[in-house]
Design a protein around this ligand. Structure first.
Ligand SMILES: NC(=O)C1=CN([C@@H]2O[C@H](COP(=O)(O)OP(=O)(O)OC[C@H]3O[C@@H](n4cnc5c(N)ncnc54)[C@H](O)[C@@H]3O)[C@@H](O)[C@H]2O)C=CC1
Ligand SMILES: O=C(O)C(=O)COP(=O)(O)O
Length: 533
C-alpha cells in the first residue's frame, strides 16, 4: 500500500508534486491544521504529516495518529510539535533548519526600519491624503547599537546585514564563542550589558524553558530609554503585558512584532498601539523561502517513507537501515550522556571529548558523536538535531575530539563524554546492557550504576550519613515515587553523588530543602527523553 501524506498547512505546490512523483498519496488540505477536531478525526489515515506553524501536533493528536511515522515541519521552529510525545510513539519529527533563515533575517531588518521611521503609520496617513510631513520624525540606524539575543543561523544573518548598515552589533548567546563572534564582527556580551547598551534589540532564540518571557518588566527596566524591540522569533519570548506597559510609559519607543503569544492573533492588546508595527507571522513568507522549505520537507519525508532514510530529524539519528538495530541503543546512550552535561552546564562550552572504548569504537561513531552533541546543546537549542548539531557546534568554535581505544575495563564497551567550559570540566560515562537500555556508569570520575529515567534528580554532596534519608523522605512527603536510587563516592567521607530515577518530576519548590542540607553541594532535577517500561 502506498504511503499517505497529509499536508495540513499552506505549502508550495512543489511539495505536493514531489510526493506524487515519489509514489506517495497526498491530500493537500491547507486549512485543516486550524480545525483541531477535524484533524483528530482524519489523522489516523496518514503515514506522514507535513506542517508549518498553524497545525499543533499535540499529544492528543499523536495518540490518534495510529499510522503516523513522520511529521515534517516545512520551516525551523518545532515548538508546535510535542516532540517527547512523538518520540515515545516512534514518530520522527524533521524540520528544514536553513531554508527560511535569510528570509526571516530580512524580515527582522525590515521591521527595524519600519519601526525606526514609522513607515506603516506614515503610509496610512499619506494614503488618507493627509501629508503629515511633520508628524513622523524617525531615528537613524547608522551608528546605533543593535543587540541580538540568539546568534544562531538567523541571528548571524541579521548581524551581517546590520553591520552592512553601519550599526554596532552586540550579541548575547550562551553558545557564541569569542572566535565566532570575532568572525561575525559582533561584540559578545552578557544579557544585562546588551540590555544596557542596545538602541534596538532583536530576538532570534527558539522558544524554550530558558528563553520564555526573556523580555519582561525586569529586563525592560534595564534597557535604555527609547529602546526599540523587534521579535521575529516566537511570541512567548516577550511578556506582552509588560511590553505594552513599557510602550505606554515611553520606556520603549517602538516595537516590530511578527509573532505573538497566542496565534492566530486577532485581538491582541498590542494592536492599534502607536509605534507598534505588527505582521501576522510573516518571517518565513517569501516565495523563495517557501520553495526551499516545501521542496526540502517533501524530499526528506518521501526519502523516509519510501527508503527509510532519515535526514534533519529532531528526534532520530541519521543511520542506514543495516546498522540501525545495533546502533540505535548506543545513539540513545550518547544522547543522554550529552543531555546530562547539557542540563547541568550554564557557561559556554569550549571543548568536547568523546571517548569510545571497546566495542563502541567499532560502531558508526559519527552518528554517536552527533547524538551526543545534539543531546548536549538541546537544552539551549530546542530545534537542534543530529544533522545540525555538529554544524552548530563547529560554528560556535567548540572543539570536538574523538578518542577510540581497545577494551580497557569490565565493560565490553562504553562511551565517555568530557566537556570543558571556561571554568570547569565535567565528565560522564555510560554503556548499554543487553536490554538495550542506557546506563550511567561514571559521573565526575565516581563509579555508579544508574538506570536512566525520564525524570531524575542529581545531587553532588559530601559522603555523610543522612542523604538517602533526606531525599527519600522528601520524595515520600511529596508523593514522588523513587524507581531507582543510585549512589557513588570517590572514597569514604569524600565526594559523593546520588542519582534518583523518579516516577514524576521532582517538585521545584522542594529543591531548596535539599540544597539547604549541609552535606549537599548541588541538586538538579534532570529530564531525559527515554522510553520507559
Ligand atoms: N517568524 C518566523 O516566521 C520565523 C521564526 N523562526 C524562529 O527563529 C528561531 C531561531 O531560528 P534559527 O536562528 O534558525 O535557530 P538556531 O538554532 O540556529 O539559533 C538559535 C540560537 O539561540 C541561542 N539561544 C538558545 N537559548 C538562548 C538564550 N537563553 N539566550 C540567548 N540565546 C539563546 C542558541 O544558542 C542558538 O545560537 C526559531 O527557533 C524559530 O522559533 C524561524 C524561522 C521563521
Ligand atoms: O520556520 C519557522 O520557525 C517559522 O516560524 C515559520 O513559520 P510558518 O512556516 O511561516 O508558519
Amino acid at each position: 500500500m502506498a504511503p499517505r501524506v497529509l499536508v495540513s498547512d499552506k505549502l508550495s505546490p512543489t511539495a505536493v508534486q514531489i510526493f506524487k512523483d515519489r509514489g506517495i498519496e497526498v491530500d493537500y488540505l491547507p486549512d485543516l491544521g486550524k480545525d483541531k477536531e477535524k484533524l483528530l478525526q482524519v489523522i489516523g489515515q496518514y503515514d506522514g504529516l507535513a506542517i508549518r506553524s498553524a497545525t499543533k501536533v499535540t499529544e492528543k493528536l499523536i495518540a490518534a495518529a495510529t499510522r503516523l511515522k513522520v511529521v515534517g515541519r516545512a520551516g525551523i521552529g518545532v515548538d508546535n510539535v510535542d516532540i517527547p510525545a512523538a518520540s515515545r510513539r516512534g514518530i520522527i519529527v524533521m524540520n528544514t533548519p536553513f531554508g527560511n533563515s535569510i528570509t526571516t533575517a530580512e524580515h527582522a531588518i525590515a521591521l527595524m526600519f519600519a519601526v525606526a521611521r514609522q513607515i506603516p503609520e506614515a503610509n496610512a496617513s499619506t494614503h488618507e491624503g493627509k501629508w503629515e510631513k511633520n508628524r513622523f520624525m524617525g531615528v537613524e540606524i547608522t551608528g546605533k547599537t543593535l543587540g541580538i539575543i540568539g546568534a544562531g543561523n538567523i541571528g548571524s544573518i541579521v548581524a551581517t546585514r546590520a553591520l552592512g548598515l553601519k550599526m554596532h552589533v552586540v550579541a548575547f548567546d550562551p553558545f557564541l564563542s569569542e572566535s565566532r563572534a570575532e568572525e561575525l564582527g559582533v561584540e559578545k556580551v552578557e544579557l544585562d550589558e546588551l540590555f544596557a547598551r542596545a538602541d534596538f534589540i532583536t530576538l532570534h532564540t527558539p522558544l524554550t524553558d530558558k528563553t520564555r518571557n526573556i523580555i519582561n518588566a525586569g529586563s525592560l527596566a534595564r534597557m535604555k530609554d527609547g529602546v526599540r524591540i523587534i521579535n521575529c522569533a516566537r511570541g512567548g519570548l516577550i511578556v506582552e503585558a509588560d511590553l505594552i506597559a513599557a510602550l505606554e510609559s515611553g520606556k520603549v519607543a517602538g516595537a516590530g512584532i511578527d509573532v505573538f503569544a497566542a496565534e492566530p492573533a486577532t485581538d491582541n492588546p498590542l494592536f492599534g498601539m502607536k509605534n507598534v508595527v505588527c505582521t501576522p507571522h510573516l518571517g518565513a513568507a517569501t516565495s523563495e523561502a517557501q520553495e526551499n522549505v516545501a521542496l526540502q520537507v517533501a524530499e526528506q519525508m518521501s526519502d523516509y517513507l519510501v527508503k527509510g532514510a532519515v535526514a534533519n530529524a529532531i528526534n532520530m539519528p541519521s543511520i542506514t537501515a543495516e546498522e540501525a538495530p545495533r546502533l540505535k541503543p548506543f545513539v540513545k546512550l550518547a544522547e543522554v550522556l550529552g543531555s546530562f552535561i547539557g542540563q547541568v552546564t550554564d557557561d559556554p562550552i569550549k571543548e568536547v571529548e568523546i571517548l569510545f572504548d571497546g566495542s563502541t569504537a567499532q560502531m558508526n561513531t559519527k552518528a554517536l558523536i552527533s547524538a551526543a552533541l545534539a543531546g548536549l546543546i538541546r537544552p539551549q537549542m530546542a530545534d537542534v538535531n543530529m544533522v545540525s548539531a555538529p554544524i552548530m557546534v563547529k560554528e560556535r568554535g567548540i572543539i570536538v575530539a574523538e578518542v577510540k581505544r581497545d577494551k580497557s575495563g569490565v565493560f565490553d564497551g562504553y562511551i565517555k563524554l568530557t566537556v570543558k567550559t571556561e571554568h570547569r570540566q565535567r565528565a560522564i560515562a555510560g554503556t548499554c546492557f543487553s536490554d538495550g537500555k542506557p546506563r550511567f556508569i561514571q559521573i565526575k570520575g565516581i563509579n555508579l550504576d544508574a538506570e536512566v529515567g525520564r525524570h531524575m534528580l542529581y545531587t553532588t554532596n559530601s559522603d555523610a550519613p543522612g542523604i538517602i534519608g533526606l531525599l527519600g523522605t522528601l520524595c515520600g512527603k511529596n508523593n514522588v515515587n523513587i524507581a531507582n536510587f543510585a549512589l557513588g563516592r570517590d572514597r569514604p567521607g569524600g565526594d559523593a553523588i546520588a542519582l534518583l530515577y523518579l516516577d514524576g518530576p521532582f517538585p521545584e519548590n522542594v529543591l531548596a530543602q535539599v540544597r539547604a542540607h549541609e552535606a549537599i553541594d548541588s541538586a538538579k532535577p534532570l529530564q531525559f527523553d527515554v522510553n520507559e517500561l
